[in-house]
Design a protein around this ligand. Structure first.
Ligand SMILES: *Cc1c(COP(=O)(O)O)cnc(C)c1O
Length: 377
């Protein structure tokens, strides 16, 4: 069976984890965490990066830093992972879902403004498949209405929009280093802070409500409890694992892009014949090959394709069931406007195997199987 995902492993991970063990420093914020933070700050020109225990907790931190009051509203797409929404709910917000664009599956920036009410505080832009949302428009709307912008860039590490790395455009950016993402530490993530006014509060929030970070820098002479907080520091073992992959980020990215481009070439014939739709990468967006997907005619055809591929030994999978129709979505939010694309497009999408070092022969088999399926329909 050709796997859908194989977590990246580049070779130096064990070495670095051994170093962390021998340093006798395996709790958070040791040398490897600092190296990862610095790598993100340098390579993405980020004002501040803080490793977290997951992409979800990076989103939790971002939403808590937005300082929401009960009844405040957060605008987000419904076609996303539960983490995007549940972070806003935990911070006390009501969810307002808006429709997506069918070309990128990202939030439709032209539908955001009409969903704004006096209670709106935050817009969450989730960059699906590592392809950027229309950030110029989103930032312009946010600035005109005094709203915060949180980028859920869990899938967008190494992608950019008009030259700016995803995660560094809004007020906060959130990355995931889960094993299903392009760079992995098993479970982990990072919060990118683009406005220095939030640095201190973020450090306190991440360190159980204490000013421990300031204390270690010698900026205060007492270490004490100063505000509410939580524990968002990953272990050094995980950070060491990640650092090996960040050092190889360009190679991993290029390898994934090669596989992505190979799929895209191979399926041009399906596109031209009007049999399937392929991903769109808008002008100004540089993506990271997080995902390759096809869009079938409808749900029935997608179900048939997935089971055909399974018979051929290929694991292909569908993606999000829209959150607004999920039990928690109904409880915590509402959909503003018409669901023209969210449900319909989500039912057509199928993701193909794509991971670092996907074998060319395996990929050929995936391609052949897809083409064979479409030759028969
Ligand atoms: C993976 C993902 C997350 C959550 O990241 P974890 O590290 O698994 O907590 C959040 N949002 C999106 C869009 C994701 O793809």
């Amino acid at each position: 069976m050709i796997a859908f995902n194989v977590p990246p492993y580049v070779g130096k991970e064990m070495d670095y984890m051994k170093q962390a063990v021998e340093n006798r420093k395996i709790c958070g914020d040791g040398p490897f965490t600092k190296k990862c933070n610095a790598w993100l700050e340098e390579n993405f020109h980020a004002q501040k990066a803080l490793l977290t225990t997951s992409g979800t907790t990076a989103l939790d931190m971002a939403m808590l830093l937005c300082d929401l009051k009960p009844g405040d509203e957060v605008i987000l797409p419904s076609y996303t992972f539960s983490s995007t929404a549940t972070a806003a709910v935990l911070a006390g917000a009501r969810l307002v879902f808006v429709d997506i664009r069918p070309d990128t599956m990202n939030i439709d920036e032209t539908k955001i403004e009409e969903a704004i009410t006096p209670k709106t505080k935050v817009i969450i832009a989730m960059h699906y498949a590592g392809v950027a949302c229309e950030m110029d428009t989103i930032m312009d709307i946010a600035r005109r209405h005094g709203l915060m912008v949180v980028e859920d860039a869990a899938q967008g590490v190494m992608s950019s929009y008009k030259g700016k790395p995803l995660g560094t455009i809004g007020d906060f950016g959130c990355y995931s280093f889960h094993e299903t993402k392009n760079y992995s530490m098993g479970e982990g993530g990072a919060l990118i802070i683009n406005n220095p006014a939030y640095n201190e509060r973020a450090e306190i929030l991440r360190e159980k409500g204490t000013n421990r970070s300031k204390f270690f820098r010698g900026q205060v002479d007492k270490y004490t409890w100063v505000d509410f907080g939580d524990s968002y520091l990953p272990s050094e073992l995980n950070a060491a694992y990640l650092y090996a992959q960040l050092e190889m980020a360009d190679q991993i990215n290029q390898d994934r892009l090669n596989s992505w481009n190979r799929y895209n070439q191979a399926f041009q014939s399906l596109k031209q014949a009007g049999k399937a739709e392929l991903p769109t990468i808008p002008e100004g967006c540089v993506h990271n090959a997080h995902m390759y997907y096809l869009k079938c005619k409808n749900l029935q055809e997608r179900t048939a394709l997935i089971s055909y591929l399974k018979e051929q030994g290929v694991l292909a999978v569908f993606h999000y069931v829209p959150l607004h129709s999920a039990p928690a979505g109904l409880k915590f939010g509402r959909f503003h406007g018409e669901d023209r694309y969210t449900t319909a497009e989500s039912e057509r999408l199928v993701r193909l195997p794509l991971y670092y070092k996907l074998d060319a022969k395996d990929q050929d088999k995936v391609i052949e199987s897809v083409l064979k399926f479409y030759a028969e329909v």
